[in-house]
Design a protein around this ligand. Sequence first.
Ligand SMILES: Cc1cc2nc3c(=O)[nH]c(=O)nc-3n(C[C@H](O)[C@H](O)[C@H](O)COP(=O)(O)OP(=O)(O)OC[C@H]3O[C@@H](n4cnc5c(N)ncnc54)[C@H](O)[C@@H]3O)c2cc1C
Length: 279
Amino acid sequence: MKPAPFAYRKARSLDEAVSLLVEQADARLLAGGQSLIATLNMRLSAPSLLIDVNGISGLDRIETANGTVKIGALTRHAQAEGSADIARHAPLIAQAMPHIAHPAIRNRGTIGGSIAFADPAAELPACMLALGGEVEASGPNGKRTIKADDFFIDLYETALRPGEMLTAIRVPAATAETRTGFAELARRHGDYAIAGLAATARAKGKGLSDVRLAFFGVGNTPVRARKAEDALAGGDVDAAVAALDLAPHDDIQATAAEKKHLAGVLLRRVAKQLMEAHV
Ligand SMILES: Cc1cc2nc3c(=O)[nH]c(=O)nc-3n(C[C@H](O)[C@H](O)[C@H](O)COP(=O)(O)OP(=O)(O)OC[C@H]3O[C@@H](n4cnc5c(N)ncnc54)[C@H](O)[C@@H]3O)c2cc1C
């Protein structure tokens, strides 16, 4: 299928992109195009204007300062995957990156596009939730910061307001006590996950504290399993699996019951990773 007709503008600055978004309420930003173009071709979306943001400079930087890693919205997945800074200071994102689609898609797809699109089976939204990250957005009323906990509202729905563009994400830089874990189950490597889990914790003696378990592919948004987090912090993996209170729906990949079972399998794998040192 071919997309419905649309106009195209290439924004040269953030202000220009925001002005165009405000002028044309049904406009869509075009970043890597790896999700947007598919939805246009399938006529799941028919915006009258595409605003290409690839010419806006300064939004593809990875910076680490004051205990925070900031990743610009236009950073390509492949750039993040190859970044020594991310490997060292944001190891959860480095662990997740090879699971996102295939190399050709990672060459074009952007961090900002993935977070803004908010696919419930995507890896990065779950990483953001597990890391307790923040999203930076710019709109007609200026800049604001949104916590990952408040960002993913419903299926493909985020806290971004009309006219806003996501400009960067920020996550806490890993310290010597940081533990991270990541696992997913997909039919073939590179496919969207049937179910996945991104997790962080802090080493505390021989145990863990501040456990954050963010599952993906098991709900309309990435979801935290808070009761299981408490049980895992207490060191009891069996209790953590028993405390999983996820409520997935059947989808084309698996039934709800299969997803619940897989969530338990993933939790055991990730718990093992969290109990080992990474940093
Ligand atoms: C075959 C295939 C397999 C894939 N598998 C996976 C996978 O396993 N895991 C996974 O996570 N992803 C997967 N993807 C999606 C891929 O990661 C995309 O790159 C990503 O979801 C969207 O990023 P993009 O830069 O291409 O965004 P685009 O396609 O350009 O945009 C997606 C949406 O986000 C909006 N948007 C983009 N940037 C911004 C911004 N800065 N601010 C506000 N809104 C914005 C656009 O307007 C559009 O609505 C797959 C894609 C394909 C084609």
